[in-house]
Design a protein around this ligand. Structure first.
Ligand code: CU
Length: 153
């Protein structure tokens, strides 16, 4: 009888103890898998950034193009259809924004507020709305070598 009881207790200890070790073992296996998940999330985030880069610039609702003595900046912008472009003359001379091609300006005159040229004296600014979708060039009609591109999406 005593021997059977001792064997029974020994079996219980082995089963319970083994089960505890097994449980700890599983926990130990679960913990390293969390950093693996985190690193895969980081990888996903890194993948998303290069994905947005081939699209170059993201279309915005409102953009500002500043004219200085060195020309228009940024030289290329992307805005949403129905978005607004604010022209700012930060130079010390007048600028006349015209749609390409120079000198006829037969392109998208939305960029110049529907006018042949959008004229800004030093320090002035004007906002126009663009709706036609496409890629449109513009230039300074007073110095046509100064130009830029507006992409409307
Ligand atoms: Cu022109």
């Amino acid at each position: 009888m005593n021997t059977k009881v001792i064997i029974g207790i020994a079996v219980l200890v082995v089963v319970v103890g083994g089960g505890y070790l097994l449980f700890r073992g599983q926990k130990g296996t679960t913990q390293p898998s969390n950093p693996t998940n985190n690193s895969s999330q980081t990888t996903t985030t890194n993948t998303q950034n290069p994905t947005s880069e081939p699209g170059k610039s993201v279309a915005v609702e409102e953009a500002t193009i500043t004219y200085t003595s060195s020309g228009f900046s940024p030289s290329k912008i992307t805005v949403k259809s129905g978005g607004k472009i604010t022209w700012v003359n930060s130079s010390d001379r007048e600028v006349a924004v015209g749609a390409n091609p120079h000198p006829l300006h037969t392109g998208n005159r939305e960029v110049s507020g529907g006018e042949f040229t959008l004229n800004l004296k030093p320090g002035e600014q004007k906002t126009v709305t663009v709706e036609k979708v496409g890629t449109f060039g513009y230039h300074n009609h007073l110095n046509a070598s100064e130009d830029g591109t507006i992409v409307v999406e």
